[in-house]
Design a protein around this ligand. Structure first.
Ligand SMILES: *Cc1c(COP(=O)(O)O)cnc(C)c1O
Length: 386
């Protein structure tokens, strides 16, 4: 029998589907099941909702519907952006150089590494400062005539730092280089406008903003050279073949719309809890640092490094006490290696092994944060003594 109250503080890993989103999706599994490519009535019904969903997403990101491609999630959007642009740019002008930041999500990092290891591209890493931020000046200096693509994460999943995306986009465009940004975390919390940001490609994924897992989108600015990864029936503007996942596309569009509606209130509420949590932990515990930028960070995102501690011990103790947190990226759980992101930011191994990420969400309350702050010092002490 479950005897403890479980508190979820890992909203950067994933979020529950909003009930309103689930309700909007439901009819498209059963009554409204036609294939949007079919010419008959059933197909027209789902083609219509595909069109309105695409319009909704495009208008929320301030772009045109034909610049939105639906994918199976953030990972696939990043794969399509990197591999698709790299291959097209090499074909078009012999470009063979890729520039990505040191703190990309694995969906970007491992795609770039594969392009380097197996497809003959040269991969170079943009450094980050102590806050995990990329400098537009470095981008400007490191771009070469043969650069096919620059990719920089909008807001980092592990440390919450928000990059100066507009300035990086400007640096790329001065040199006529294509710029992609992984905005999977950012889209949940910031009113992203692709025109203001000036990006050529931008990745979003629904399950980070109370939509379903397994659905994402890629904004591709009109005219950007890109090769499809999925070839077949010509769906999604010939860029992502396969019968469209209508219920999930409806889910993504609905979830993004709701996220935007509640953005201001949620941001204020979460920023307050976030800053409360940060100052309490820094005040109560010794040999701890906030990781990532203190101000230019996601409103729901808190991350620390504890010296002389292994984060897996702490996560296990927290879990036993009912608190679900993370050491950084969910994909890395299980391994007890020092965080690559923290190492890139200049932390020593003795600090980088002791990372903790606490991410807040719509269901988080101040009481939960207080309970967390009360238990954390004892658990850190225990984890340090192992
Ligand atoms: C979660 C996440 C992804 C992966 O998205 P999926 O939809 O889970 O494939 C990519 N990038 C960032 C920054 C993320 O946080």
């Amino acid at each position: 029998m479950e005897t403890i109250d479980r508190i979820y503080l890992d909203y950067a890993a994933t979020t529950p589907v909003d009930v309103r989103v689930a309700q909007a999706m439901l009819p498209y599994f059963t009554e409204l099941f036609g294939n949007p490519s079919s010419a008959h009535f059933f197909g027209q019904q789902t083609e219509a909702v595909l069109t309105t969903s695409r319009q909704k997403v495009a208008s929320l990101l301030n772009t045109q519907p034909n610049e939105i491609v639906f994918t199976s999630g953030g990972t696939e959007s990043n794969n399509l952006a990197l591999r698709g642009v790299a291959l097209a740019q090499r074909e078009k002008k012999g470009a063979n150089h890729l520039l990505v930041s040191e703190i990309e999500h694995h969906a970007v990092l491992h795609t770039a590494k594969q392009l380097a290891d197996h497809f003959g591209f040269e991969l170079e890493f943009l450094p980050v400062d102590e806050y995990g931020m990329v400098s537009p000046e470095d981008v400007r200096n490191m771009i070469r005539p043969k650069t096919a693509l620059v990719s920089v994460i909008y807001a980092n999943n592990e440390i919450g730092t928000i990059n100066p995306i507009r300035a990086i986009a400007d640096a790329c465009h001065e040199k006529k280089v294509i710029f992609h940004s992984d905005a999977v975390q950012a889209a949940a919390h910031l009113p992203i406008d692709v025109r203001i940001e000036g990006v050529d490609l931008l990745t979003i994924g629904a399950h980070k903003f109370y939509g379903p897992k397994g659905i994402g989108a890629l904004f591709i600015h009109r005219g950007t050279p890109i090769m499809p990864l999925n070839t077949g029936g010509g769906q999604e503007n010939d860029l992502r073949a396969g019968t469209e996942n209508i219920p999930y596309i409806v889910g993504l569009a609905t979830a993004l719309e709701l996220a935007r509606q509640d953005l201001k209130d949620n941001t204020e509420r979460m920023t307050q809890m976030r800053d409360n949590l940060i100052s309490t932990v820094l005040g109560k515990i010794k040999r701890v640092k906030l990781t990532g930028h203190p101000l230019l960070r996601l409103p729901n995102h808190v991350s620390f490094a504890f010296e002389g501690m292994n984060s897996n011990y702490l996560l296990t103790l927290l879990d036993a006490a009912g608190f679900a947190c993370s050491s950084g990226s969910a994909c890395k759980a299980g391994l007890s290696k020092p965080s690559e992101v923290l190492l890139a930011m200049g932390f020593s191994k003795n600090w980088a092994k002791g990372s903790l990420r606490v991410t807040l969400g719509r269901q988080t309350t101040q009481d939960q944060i207080q309970a967390f702050c009360e238990i954390l010092p004892t658990l850190v002490e225990k984890a340090r003594s192992f």
